[in-house]
Ligand binder design. Structure first.
Ligand code: PZK
Length: 297
């Protein structure tokens, strides 16, 4: 199985291309396609991970279903047999890795929730004792579990690449108090339900990010959800606070890139076959652990 690096659905209008996924206009709807591209240290690497986009799509579908009583979502169908006729030429390329989704009016904030102290949250805390303006107890160590999960919204920087942490008050300015409160409450409720489930299955959901939109039925959960690309997954049996945790999915990739002393400037290098194979296995393992099912491609 070769990796799918880039879609080129030439009869469709490209709506947006992200680092690792592509979005097309299809009539009233959008087609969300997860490629096998992988990023590390803020760059998309020259090699893809075969099947990664399918794992992420199937994991998002699992969570959309798991969460459907908490919040409606943008999924119309992921069944290629039910896709509009104009997608028929691309059926094989799309199968398993794409979702036809409802177009929503996206809220211009990333809804981040953290149950553990890591990444920019840890940096903020070390510098200020707070994360996004939320004061935390003194004496916390890197990767410690927080007394309770915190909502730490972010906004996309102008380059569209980096997220900038904002305070809840900033969020209120951007989306209004009513929506800000509803998005915060939904984010915390989703995290609580999903992280409790994941932890029982051996995966710590350290933090994650949701994107919501407004549609006819009200606020809906959009984008991909609770995947290794939108979250920090840590293997529970290796959890050791007091320093950074190994990443569930990308650790072999990061270790390899450090070992070759790549300067983290473009062009990003290719990955050797054993790093690709071991990373691919990690994505499949995450899916198996979380869903209890094996993904066969
Ligand atoms: C939407 N993105 C981010 C995702 C990219 C960029 N249901 C929706 N309705 C309207 N807009 C979006 C969605 C969703 N999901 C999501 N940008 C717009 C994004 C994937 C690939 F290039």
């Amino acid at each position: 199985m070769p990796a799918l690096i880039e879609t080129e659905l030439s009869s469709l209008t490209l709506y947006a291309r992200g680092k690792v996924r592509d979005l097309y206009s299809v009539g009233e709807a959008l087609l969300f396609v997860a490629t096998d591209r992988i990023s590390a240290f803020d760059h998309v690497l020259a090699t893809g991970i075969p099947g990664k986009g399918k794992v992420l799509t199937q994991l998002s579908l699992f969570w959309f279903n798991f969460l459907k009583d908490v919040v409606p979502n943008h999924l119309i169908t992921a069944n290629v047999n039910q896709f509009p006729k104009e997608l028929a030429p691309y059926r094989d390329e799309l199968e398993g890795r794409s979702m036809l989704v409802k177009r929503a009016q996206m809220f211009p904030v990333e809804c981040v929730v953290r149950g553990y102290l890591s990444g920019s949250g840890w940096k903020d805390y070390k510098a200020t004792g707070a994360v996004c303006g939320i004061k935390l107890p003194a004496g916390l160590r890197e990767s410690d579990r927080l007394p309770e999960p915190i909502f730490t919204p972010a906004s996309k920087s102008l380059d569209g690449e980096h997220d900038i942490n904002i305070s809840f008050d900033d969020m209120v300015t951007r989306v209004g108090a009513h929506s800000a409160e509803r998005l915060r409450d939904l984010t915390l409720e989703i995290y609580s339900k999903a992280s409790e489930y994941a932890e029982r299955r051996g995966v710590i959901l350290a933090d994650t990010k949701f994107e919501f939109g407004a549609a006819a039925e009200g606020i809906i959960l959009a984008d991909e959800v609770l995947t290794p690309d939108s979250s920090r997954f840590w293997p529970r049996d290796q959890y050791k606070p007091g320093g950074p945790q190994p990443s569930f999915d990308k650790q072999f990739v990061r270790d390899y890139l450090e070992s070759i002393r790549w300067n983290k400037q473009a062009p990003a290098p290719a990955l050797p076959p054993d790093v690709v194979a071991r990373t691919q296995e990690k994505y499949f393992a995450a899916f198996r652990l979380l869903t209890g099912a094996s993904l066969s491609l």
